[in-house]
Design a protein around this ligand. Structure first.
Ligand code: CO8
Length: 263
């Protein structure tokens, strides 16, 4: 079962096919300590392996999605210690472990590593008053979990430079306007309803097609256009070998609802 006990996160299955991970370290505004990240990775692996979960929602509290990496844990780190232990590397397990779509629901602070974690999601939803930013420069360091790369791809070089060099934060409303967030919501309740509804919609489709769709969109972030288009076409061709392509197109012709085989 996906249910087991964690100290810094909560795990639930709030809708059919939907797994939810709630960061739950309220005393530190969900600062992303190594033990928290380790629990997050365990929960992601469990959801990836679960036959009943088809999409995942990642959220924090109304006050904080996550206020960053744990500054108190990082303060004494040395170069050689961080380098040889690959500090932060395990954070990106989210982007490699989970082949099922992940919707991030961001309310409150999403700063530093919290902003970077949100940027790793497949779909980012937030409240209008969410507080995003990469304040690392104020601590004498720089983003370390992909922020300089993913934020730049999302908002363009000039805006990313401004944000990362000044450490100024930006609102959920701005995040939506700049394309960082797919949608913005007026309240935490509306945010969670929106995120769960989207995850449930995704979970209602063919698992094979959903995984392929996530894979090809992600390729657009890594590959030159020509290679990305070719990659998409190969996978598009491959899906003619799935049962669900036959089921989906037959159901359309017969004006029926598709009953997916997930094969
Ligand atoms: N790490 C550790 N503890 C934190 C963190 C954090 N990032 N953020 C907040 N806390 C703790 C506070 O220390 C405080 O604890 P205590 O009650 O024991 O003093 C508690 O959470 C509540 O925080 P505040 O009292 O400060 O709450 P406020 O509402 O006054 O302020 C803020 C909220 C504005 C979010 C404020 O807490 C803040 O500025 N936090 C730090 C934000 C920040 O700089 N984040 C970036 C960290 S650096 C980083 O993430 C690098 C990422 C690189 C990727 C991986 C490499 C590490």
């Amino acid at each position: 079962s996906a249910r087991r006990s964690y100290e810094f996160i909560e795990v639930s299955e709030p809708r059919p096919g939907v797994g939810q991970i709630t960061l739950n370290r309220p005393k530190a505004l969900n600062a992303l300590s190594s033990p928290l990240i380790s629990e997050l990775n365990t929960a992601l692996r469990t959801f990836q392996a679960s036959p009943t979960i088809a999409a995942v929602v990642l959220t924090g509290s109304e006050r904080a999605f996550a206020a960053g990496a744990d500054i108190k844990e990082m303060a004494p780190l040395t170069f050689s210690g961080a380098y040889t232990n690959s500090f932060i590397e395990s954070w990106s397990e989210l982007t490699t472990t989970l082949k099922k779509p992940l919707v991030a629901a961001v309310s409150g602070h999403a700063l530093g590593g919290g902003c970077e974690l949100a940027l790793m999601a497949d779909v980012l939803y937030c409240t209008a008053t969410a507080n995003f930013g990469q304040p690392e420069i104020k601590l004498g360091t720089i983003p370390g979990a992909g922020g300089s790369q993913r934020l730049t791809r999302a908002v363009g070089k000039s805006k990313a430079m401004e944000l990362i060099l000044t450490g100024k934060s930006f609102s959920g409303e701005e995040a939506e306007r700049w394309g960082v967030a797919a949608r913005v919501f007026p309240s935490y309740e509306a945010l969670m309803e929106g995120a769960l509804a989207t995850a449930e919609t995704i979970a209602g489709y063919s698992k094979v097609a959903v995984q392929a769709a996530k894979e090809v969109v992600n390729k657009s972030q890594d590959l030159p256009l020509r290679d990305g288009v070719e990659y998409e076409r190969r996978l598009f061709h491959a899906l003619f070998g799935s049962q669900d392509q036959k089921i989906g197109m037959k159901a359309f012709a017969e004006k029926k609802k598709a009953e997916w085989s997930h094969e």
